[in-house]
Design a protein around this ligand. Structure first.
Ligand code: GDP
Length: 364
């Protein structure tokens, strides 16, 4: 569901397909539906739902992914029609984050986000019961006064989830000092933070800039936990480079909150390299999506930003021209071919703070 043009919708659908592949699915088909408003019952409307059911049967799919957030009742109604599992965009993204969390802290953060997503959906299950009982549908009061056995079970689950969430919050809080210590250890060395939309080439660029063999996957979200590597400016000064979590359009708010701590890295950086996929049909919207996430990171707006126009080897010259005209400092590179990397290293050398030179004059 978007207010954009059909081209926007297609880009968005292609991106959803890429996300699904990242999650390990094989994408069989895509269906676009144009309508003035989402259908309150089935989201895509009964007729379209029947069409999707036929597509599902024809290609032998076992899951339908909807490119938006679905109300619990919409998800159920759609499942009833298409006869296979239906998941929404947030559930998909949460799944990918769960698969890619490596550190203990990352795992705890994802679980917290998943439970946050689940909690209001428990109420959704209660809603259908209260509807049967003639209760009020929707709103926080749904289900009140119609407390059946099912409702008791939901209350129990809800309590258990709240307990688990409180535990996770405590665990995450307890891990904070360790993160501060890790940062402290790197202190003294200037830090460059790499940010950018998913698949823009952040990991590839980190490889180029540090010469280290960081895992590069042609997948969204190869990076979840920040990776930190050392490097040197052309004149031999050491600095660290950190890669941050994958940014994606409409990042579920549960995840923005969960990853605020990971993104803190950016606020502590001396320089931010904002990697842009210049070969994308609409890089500006990706730049905006990244900025929206960064707007929630206190201090990030104080860090000097360079737009690294990546994939210059395959970018459309007109897009490059347009991006070059922006008011930010821009530099064209290709993390793939290495073109422009030397210039980028020079630029990093110029922009990073120089250590204060102290000369001890020893007077005999
Ligand atoms: P990340 O998600 O931002 O970390 O992106 P990756 O570094 O994993 O790169 C995503 C995909 O884009 C990979 O298939 C890379 O090989 C490819 N890629 C990265 N940089 C370039 C580039 O400069 N040119 C081209 N043609 N492909 C690139």
């Amino acid at each position: 569901w978007s207010h954009g043009t059909s081209e926007d919708a297609e880009i968005s659908l292609r991106e959803l397909a890429a996300l699904a592949e990242t999650a390990g699915s094989e994408v069989l088909d895509g269906v676009l539906q144009r309508r003035p408003h989402p259908d309150p019952a089935t989201y895509i409307g009964k007729g379209k739902a029947l069409e999707v059911r036929d597509v599902v049967a024809a290609v032998g799919a076992d899951t339908v992914i909807v490119n938006d957030d679905l109300a619990p009742s919409q998800r159920r109604a759609l499942e009833d029609v298409v006869k296979v599992k239906v998941i929404d965009r947030t559930a998909l993204i949460l799944d990918i984050f769960a698969q890619h969390a490596k550190s203990r802290e990352g795992k705890a953060q994802v679980e917290l986000a998943q439970l946050e997503y689940l909690l209001p959906r428990l109420r959704g299950w209660g809603e259908s019961m209260s509807r049967q009982a003639g209760g009020q549908v929707g709103g926080a009061g749904a289900g009140m006064g119609s407390r059946g056995p099912g409702e008791t079970k939901i209350e129990l689950d809800r309590r258990r989830i709240h307990t688990r969430m409180a535990q996770l919050r405590r665990d995450i809080k307890a891990m904070e000092p360790a993160r501060a210590v890790r940062r402290e250890r790197r202190l003294g060395l200037p830090n460059v933070a790499i940010v950018g939309y998913t698949n823009a080439g952040k990991s590839s660029l980190l490889n180029r800039v540090t010469g280290a063999g960081v895992l590069v996957e042609n997948a969204l979200f190869a990076t979840l936990d920040p990776t930190v590597r050392r490097s040197q400016t052309p004149d031999g000064r050491e600095f660290t480079v950190s890669d941050t979590v994958g940014f994606v359009r409409d990042l579920p708010h549960q995840l923005v909150a969960a990853f605020a701590s990971t993104l803190e890295e950016v606020a502590h950086a001396d320089l931010m390299l904002h990697v842009v996929d210049a070969s994308h049909p609409d890089p500006e919207s990706q730049i905006r999506a990244v900025r929206e996430v960064l707007a929630d990171v206190p201090g990030a707006d104080q860090v000097k930003e360079v737009l690294v126009l990546n994939k210059a080897d395959i970018a459309d010259p007109e897009t490059l021209m347009r991006l070059r005209g922006r008011r930010e400092i821009t530099i064209e590179v290709s993390a793939l071919t290495g073109e422009g990397i030397e210039e980028l290293m020079d630029l990093i050398g110029r922009e990073l703070p120089r250590p204060e030179v102290t000369v001890d004059v020893v007077v005999p």
